[in-house]
Design a protein around this ligand. Structure first.
Ligand code: HEM
Length: 318
């Protein structure tokens, strides 16, 4: 009897230790690198003031990191002769940007506090600071993630949602990572900033019917119908205010001006229409829900404790 009780308590203690070591905290670098957050913020503000789109790119970088085996900076690893990383996966190749900004921040942090701040935390903080720099909401970034020693091209291809997905596929892709349909809609609101390439919206602007015809025409002007021509020509994901983190994305969906097939799926007569309506009438609710969902995304399977490492160079395993 007593021994069972002991076993139970012992198990409970082990469980608590396990949970604690898998836990992030907002003051993780308070003593080991007190200037970490201000160094990151300064570099992000400077990069975004040089090119507003960089804010969008850095936000997306965090998403594409976290959806592939958690927020562990796996996306930053370059290919080597015996290792193919995530950079050349379909959703990332010629598309994900911001690697150089992360490199700059990492080298500044290595000068101030060598071997302390993880690349995964840099990406998480840069995503938050980018959102704020483009007038979006802020949130407290929990810290203490460690960096992976591997990356997965296959998981990047399978787990990052495709712009060709229908609503049910989008709901499944996010539910696989623990997100509700409502959180999926809120997170998609990040398409209120940034750009997309002709190759990912060509089919929509030439072949789909739930699209405003003037909007389709104006996008066709810079995105030829022939596959292979103008593939990299850019168009804003939010046609009205592409460098401002507002709720215009949802208003565009109501008027069938979503750029990607996946965008318009959120408002196409299905179960998420009401959420799009709610966010388009209330920007504050959108921003609050977005911020909460970003904290949740940032908590996706972090490596902590004795797992992972603090890379010296974000592109390479130590
Ligand atoms: C709902 C499923 C999603 C799909 C299918 C999707 C797909 C895409 C695609 C195809 C692009 C354009 C890429 C290119 O042409 O190079 C894009 C851009 C972007 N995505 Fe998403 N995305 C989704 C969700 C998200 C989420 C959750 C975030 C962030 C929290 C995000 C942030 C962004 C940003 C900011 C851009 C613009 C990047 C830039 O200008 O560099 N997306 N997305």
């Amino acid at each position: 009897m007593a021994s069972n009780k002991f076993k139970f308590l012992f198990g409970l203690v082990l469980l608590l230790i396990g949970t604690a070591s898998a836990q992030l905290s907002s003051n993780f670098y308070a003593t080991t690198c007190p200037n970490a957050l201000s160094i990151i913020n300064k570099a992000v503000v400077s990069a975004v003031s040089k090119e507003a789109r960089m804010g969008a790119s850095l936000l997306r970088l965090h998403f594409h990191d976290c959806f592939v085996n958690g927020c562990d900076a796996s996306i930053l690893l370059d290919d080597t002769s015996n290792f193919t990383g995530e950079k050349t996966a379909g959703p990332n190749n010629n598309s994900v940007r911001g690697y150089e900004v992360i490199d700059t921040i990492k080298s500044q942090l290595e000068s101030s506090c060598p071997g302390v701040v993880s690349c995964a935390d840099i990406v998480a903080v840069a995503a938050r600071d980018s959102t704020v720099a483009l007038s979006g909401p802020s949130w407290t970034v929990l810290l203490g993630r460690r960096d992976s020693t591997t990356a997965s091209l296959n998981t990047a291809n399978s787990d990052i949602p495709s712009p060709l997905l229908n609503l049910s596929g989008l709901i499944t892709a996010f539910s696989n990572k623990g997100f509700s349909a409502k959180e999926m809609v809120a997170l998609s609101g990040s398409h209120t900033i940034g750009q997309a390439r002709c190759t990912v919206f060509r089919t929509r602007i030439y072949n789909e019917t739930d699209i405003d015809s003037n909007f389709a025409k104006s996008r066709q002007a810079n995105c030829p119908s022939t596959s292979g021509s103008g593939d990299n020509n850019l168009a804003p994901l939010d046609t009205t205010s592409p460098t401002s983190f507002d709720n215009a994305y949802f208003k565009n969906l109501q008027s069938q001006k979503g750029l990607l097939h996946s965008d318009q799926q959120l408002f196409s007569g299905g179960s998420t229409d009401s959420q799009v309506n709610a966010y388009s009438t209330n920007a504050q609710t959108f921003k609050t829900d977005f911020a909460n969902a970003m904290v949740k995304m940032g908590n996706l399977s972090p490596l902590t404790g004795s797992n992972g490492q603090i890379r010296k160079n974000c592109r390479k395993v130590n």
